[in-house]
Design a protein around this ligand. Structure first.
Ligand code: GRF
Length: 211
């Protein structure tokens, strides 16, 4: 059985979608903030939790090494970042190469970083979405597994658009994890190839697919 750890900093709605989809596999939730509501979600599901506060460490590498120590001790096979608001060191990304996933609220490579929904609105784009990808050392970079496309509608503000994207996130993250878990993909030249699909670059989901 694949043992999955989820790293969070906040409300943990993506964590919840993963718990709902893989109740047996999520065995550890680590938060860098003691008041992250996702910790309550994990506890309600009977999952072990750990608070590792980055402020208790002299630097990023020391913090990441401590997280890695806990992940190794728990025999973790796959790590899902779900609203974990710390940039991880190159060393961490290398240690967990191809075992570390992230969800980002935009159609990468567009709109890396924070405040994505407002930036999408300011850009005038009519489409946005979310991306689940393998993590590489660079921020919001790495082979894409699944993207969910969401329309930008007249009257949207960052909050309304963010909620629409979140709904899509809760579909695509479990889908991406399932593809990894069931070994339905390979990575070649830093592109994800999904078995039985003839084009590389991961899966693309539309709103009508989740309606
Ligand atoms: C999500 O929008 C995710 O894409 C981003 O952080 C947010 C986390 O939300 N990386 P939640 O804590 O899962 O509700």
């Amino acid at each position: 059985m694949m043992r999955i750890a989820v790293l969070i900093s906040g409300s943990g709605t993506n964590l919840q979608s993963l718990i709902d989809a893989f109740p047996e596999n999520i065995v550890l939730v680590i938060a860098n903030k003691a008041d992250a509501y996702g910790l309550v979600r994990a506890q309600n599901a009977g999952i072990e939790t750990k608070i590792i506060d980055h402020r208790d460490f002299p630097d990023r590498v020391a913090f990441d090494r401590d997280i890695s120590t806990h992940l190794r001790a728990a025999n973790i096979d796959l790590i899902c970042l779900a609203g974990f608001m710390r940039i991880l060191s190159d060393e961490f990304a290398q240690e967990w190469h191809d075992k570390l996933l992230n969800i980002h609220p935009s159609l990468l490579p567009d709109f890396k970083g924070t405040n994505t929904h407002q930036r999408v609105l300011d850009s005038g784009k009519t489409e946005t979405g979310c991306t689940v990808h393998f993590v590489r050392a660079a921020l919001d970079d790495g082979p894409i597994i699944v993207q969910g496309v969401v329309p930008v509608l007249a009257g949207d503000d960052a909050n309304i658009l963010g909620n629409r994207v979140k709904k899509m996130e809760h579909h695509v993250y479990p889908l991406a994890v399932r593809l990894v878990m069931e070994k339905k993909l390979t990575i070649e030249n830093e592109k994800v190839h999904i078995k039985r699909m003839d084009h590389p670059g991961g899966l693309r989901i539309q709103m009508e697919d989740i309606a």
